[in-house]
Design a protein around this ligand. Structure first.
Ligand SMILES: C[S@@+](CC[C@H](N)C(=O)[O-])C[C@H]1O[C@@H](n2cnc3c(N)ncnc32)[C@H](O)[C@@H]1O
Length: 221
C-alpha cells in the first residue's frame, strides 16, 4: 500500500498538480502542444466568434485557454490553486475559478462549447456521469463538447508521477461506457478518435448537444 492510498482522490489530484504544475507544462508552448492546436483547429470553425466557452481542468492555461480566449469569452476551472494562479498570469483576459468541476453550478444553456482535456479521468468514476449530465445542461442547443476520456477501464494511482514526489490518481471507464453516458446526457457523439500515449491511450470525442425538433425548426425559419 502506498502512503497516499488512504487519501481522498481529489486531495491527491489537487496536491499533485500543485507540485508538478511546471513540470507538466511551462508558460511557453513546446512541441508537446501541437496536438491541442490540431484539435482546436477542428472545434473553432464550429463556433461563432464571441460565443462563450468553458475549459474544465484548464491547468496553467497553456495552450488551450490562451488560444480560445483570443476569440471567445473563456472561463477556466481547475482544482489546483497553483494551476489557477498561473492561468491568471498566462491568460489575463480570461476568467478563472479554482473549484472542483464536480460541484460547479452554472446556468443552463449558457455555453456554446465545453472543452476538457485529460481531466474528466481524474474524477472518481461514480462522479463522471453526473458531470457529463451537467455539461449537457450547461450547453446551448447545438453546443459542443470536445474532451479526452478513457479508452480502456482503469482506476489507480501512481506515486512520484512525473518525478514530482507526489502521487497522482486516475479513474477511466472504457470508451463504450463514455458513449452511453454521453447519450444519457443528451449529447450526440459526432466522432471519436484514439489518441495513443505510451502503451495505452485516450479517446478524443467531439459531441454535440441534441437540438429538439422545435428548436431546429425555429433556427431554420
Ligand atoms: C492532465 S492536466 C490537463 C491540463 C489541461 N487540460 C491540458 O490538457 O493541458 C489535468 C488538470 O485537471 C485538473 N483537475 C483534476 N481534477 C479536477 C477537478 N475535480 N476539478 C477541476 N480540475 C481538476 C488538474 O488540477 C489539472 O490541472
Amino acid at each position: 500500500m502506498s502512503t497516499s492510498d488512504a487519501l481522498d482522490p481529489k486531495e491527491i489530484v489537487r496536491a499533485g498538480y500543485d507540485l508538478i504544475s511546471r513540470i507538466y507544462r511551462g508558460d511557453e508552448e513546446g512541441e508537446e502542444c501541437a496536438h491541442y492546436h490540431a484539435w482546436l483547429d477542428e472545434l473553432e470553425p464550429l463556433l461563432a466568434p464571441g460565443a462563450p466557452v468553458l475549459d474544465l481542468g484548464c491547468g496553467c492555461g497553456v495552450p488551450v485557454a490562451r488560444r480560445l480566449a483570443r476569440r471567445h469569452p473563456l472561463t477556466g476551472v481547475d482544482i489546483s490553486p497553483v494551476q489557477i494562479e498561473r492561468a491568471r498570469q498566462n491568460v489575463p483576459t480570461a476568467h478563472f475559478l479554482c473549484a472542483d468541476m464536480a460541484t460547479l453550478d452554472l446556468a443552463p444553456q449558457s455555453l456554446a462549447a465545453v472543452v476538457s482535456f485529460y481531466t474528466i479521468i481524474h474524477l472518481p468514476l461514480d462522479e463522471q456521469p453526473a458531470l457529463l449530465r451537467n455539461i449537457g445542461r450547461w450547453l446551448q442547443p447545438g453546443g459542443y463538447l470536445m474532451a479526452t476520456v478513457g479508452h480502456s477501464a482503469w482506476t489507480g494511482q501512481e506515486d512520484g508521477w512525473l518525478g514530482g514526489g507526489n502521487a497522482m490518481y486516475w479513474s477511466h471507464a472504457g470508451e463504450d461506457t463514455y458513449l452511453a453516458w454521453l447519450a444519457a446526457a443528451g449529447l450526440t457523439v459526432l466522432w471519436t478518435r484514439f489518441v495513443p500515449e505510451g502503451v495505452a491511450g485516450h479517446t478524443l470525442i467531439l459531441a454535440q448537444k441534441v437540438e429538439s425538433t422545435a428548436e431546429a425548426q425555429r433556427t431554420q425559419r
